[in-house]
Design a protein around this ligand. Structure first.
Ligand code: ATR
Length: 280
């Protein structure tokens, strides 16, 4: 990484932001491609978000990622948005244009699909129903992306039924809410199973789900990546399913931002995965 007086600057706004792996990831790519640029953490409290985003143009900053708790608030502060951000009502990537104009993207769904494609090249969205466990922000991005890819039916099971129902209502007839107690039965005939909850993460309970009804050809994926091999993925692998871990989603969702700020589509490689897993 070179940081000259002409370096391009980008960063991540979050509160807190210290846990973010984005600086490690983005600076890895900058070093890899020998780009004169830097990517820094910006700790921005909720009441400072509007001022922080408003200052990007004046500072000549190329753009930022926005993470918890700012994704929805940032959406309301954009001058324009891509389709995914508009449908999600949330932004995770901001590109600063001329005059400080702010363009918001949501690349979470893109990251999810790219990761699936990379690890399970045989997977097709129209192969059959998808089952999504969870109905939070991550689930919303995944449902939206699966619909865009042509998934014929998405069954959403969430502990709090009202959130699954709201998601189904927002996205139309192809999305059906499933009662939390019926989640194992909902796997019948599915071509894809996604855990979009925090269950299975280190220091959380595992996802309690019986895979017996899941057809052998179904692909199983998890948004959790600490640990990389969640109890769900281990159980899926033991049954012979293609299992796709969550780290790739994090890495692929970062690509559009890097491309917009630094002018190159970066690659997700095994060396990058190792670097991000090793931590700072
Ligand atoms: P994110 O934006 O990362 O999706 P979130 O909006 O807090 O985060 O959503 C977390 C998801 O994990 C939700 O689907 C949540 O279920 P609820 O809507 O019922 O809260 C789910 N989740 C978290 N802990 C859970 C638990 N112990 N059992 C079942 N679901 C859980």
């Amino acid at each position: 990484m070179t940081v000259s007086g002409a370096a391009r600057v980008a960063g991540v706004m979050g509160w807190p932001v210290a846990h973010s792996r984005s600086p490690l990831l983005q600076n890895y790519w900058l070093a890899e491609y020998g780009i004169d640029g830097v990517y820094v953490p910006f700790p921005v409290p909720p009441d400072g978000l509007a001022r922080a985003l408003g200052a990007l143009g004046a500072l000549g900053i190329a753009g930022v990622n926005v993470t918890v708790p700012h994704k929805e608030a940032a959406f309301a502060l954009m001058d324009e948005c891509d389709n995914a951000a508009a449908r999600m009502g949330a932004v995770n990537t901001v590109v600063v244009g001329g005059g400080g104009r702010l363009r918001g993207l949501n690349t979470d769904g893109y990251g999810f699909i790219q990761n699936l494609r990379a690890v399970a090249p045989g997977w097709r969205a129209d192969a059959g129903p998808a089952v999504v466990i969870g109905a939070g922000g991550a689930a919303r991005a995944i449902v939206c992306a699966l619909l865009d890819e042509g998934a014929p039916e998405i069954r959403v099971a969430n502990r709090t039924a009202a959130r699954a129902e709201a998601l189904a209502e927002a996205f139309g007839a192809a999305v059906t809410p499933v009662a939390w107690e019926a989640r194992s039965h909902a796997l019948d005939g599915a071509a894809l199973l996604v855990n979009a909850t925090s269950l299975g993460m280190t220091r959380h309970e595992p996802l309690d789900l019986a895979l017996d009804a899941l057809p052998a050809r179904a692909v199983v994926t998890d948004i959790v990546y600490v640990p990389l091999d969640t109890p769900l993925l281990a159980a899926a692998r033991a049954r012979g399913h293609v299992a796709v871990d969550g780290l790739g989603m994090l890495l692929h969702q970062a690509r559009p931002g890097f491309r917009a700020w630094f002018g190159r589509d970066p690659e997700v490689t095994p060396a990058l995965r190792d670097r991000v897993l090793a931590g700072p």
